[in-house]
Design a protein around this ligand. Structure first.
Ligand code: SF4
Ligand code: SF4
Length: 341
């Protein structure tokens, strides 16, 4: 195992966590995302095979399999199998639309599965995800549970669902998942969701929503105090309060919550186009990784990007909804349980 360490020049010598976007294609129709409109590219089994020596050299321990919708990739199971054979921990991030069909195989291959569940009923789900598929996703979660998967539900909090936060916790319990987490809808960064136009203003909370959202958060603390205590809700009440601060800032009513993040120092993203990026929100060099992933991670362009991120020169960081900080001297022990979405 390589000790996590940055050389003086900022080269990454250890990357415990890699995200693979298996495909840009998606079977959801989310209002906040354009991948489903124009996404075409897939990673190939061969391109993932070529990564393996670098992952070994970099001491990679965990791989987040994402997309687009990864279960649309014709070879998702072969790719996951290949990675499992390297003793990597696998975490699947899915819309859940085809989870019922793939539940048994997914349970064999992934140590952890996170399903995006943005509605508590058919109407709310359809308004956000663009499909009348609430029942299908719930059926997928139940099937995965029956197959023995460790599951979490992830809710992107936005204008159509912010009032339902306590109901999400109740629904998550009914569905039998191990945890539910909440994050704000990213409306500032077009790269993360392949957006080609400005995001629809109907997603972010408006000033008139803020008092009601504050009240909803208060109600969450009262009604679900035990869920906070036990960790069933992944965030603390204080962390959830940052969602309110974020939407307040978008309305011009306060500063964005302070961000502390060193994700690019211990993780990286390989996109379906073959491009490597320092994180989900900041695009890396446009040229695809040729064969040597480690060399691509430490190219001049990536060194410059990470230097700019560390120095606070990237505007994406100031408004980021998913920052992550880990003690770099301990990240070699990173496991999926530490890296909740
Ligand atoms: S946000 Fe995710 S699930 Fe929704 S359309 Fe985009 S890639 Fe698909
Ligand atoms: S704060 Fe967000 S945008 Fe900046 S490096 Fe971290 S994950 Fe990327």
């Amino acid at each position: 195992m390589v000790t996590p360490e940055l050389s003086q020049a900022g080269r990454l010598r250890s990357v415990p966590l890699i995200t693979l976007h298996l495909t840009e294609r998606c079977n959801s129709r989310c209002v906040s995302c354009d991948y489903w409109r124009h996404g075409r590219d897939d990673l190939t089994l061969e391109s993932v095979s070529r990564l393996l020596p670098s992952l070994h050299e970099l001491g990679t321990r965990a791989v987040l399999i994402s997309g687009g919708e990864p279960l649309l990739h014709a070879q998702w199971a072969q790719i996951a199998q290949l990675l499992r054979e390297q003793r990597l921990q696998l975490w699947l991030l899915t819309s859940g639309l085809s989870l019922a069909k793939h539940a048994a195989r997914a349970a064999e291959l992934f140590q952890s599965i996170t399903v995006s569940l943005d509605g508590t009923d058919r109407r709310m789900y359809a308004a956000i995800r663009g499909l009348d598929a609430f029942d299908k996703v719930c059926a997928g979660i139940r099937a995965a549970r029956r197959s023995g998967s460790l599951l979490s539900a992830r809710v992107t909090v936005q204008r159509s669902n912010y009032n339902a936060l306590p109901a999400f916790v109740t629904l998550a319990r009914e569905l039998g998942v191990q945890q539910v987490s909440f994050l704000a809808a990213d409306v500032r960064n077009s790269h993360a969701f392949g957006r080609t136009n400005d995001i629809n203003a109907g997603i972010a909370l408006q000033a008139s929503d803020l008092p009601r959202f504050e009240e909803t958060l208060r109600r969450m603390e009262q009604e679900h105090a035990e869920a906070f205590r036990s960790g069933f809700i992944a965030e603390s009440p204080a962390k959830l309060h940052r969602l309110l601060e974020y939407y307040r800032a978008l309305c011009g009513l306060g500063p964005f919550p302070a961000v502390r993040c060193n994700a690019p120092e211990f993780s990286a993203v390989l996109e379906a186009t073959g491009r490597v990026s320092p994180c989900f929100f900041i695009a890396g060099p446009s040229a695809p990784v040729a064969s040597d992933f480690e060399a691509a991670l430490n190219s001049e362009a990536m060194l410059t990007l990470r230097r700019d991120i560390r120095a606070g020169r990237r505007p994406e960081c100031a408004t980021c909804v998913c920052s992550l900080w880990r003690d770099v001297s301990h990240v070699s022990r990173l496991s999926l349980g530490d890296h909740r979405p």
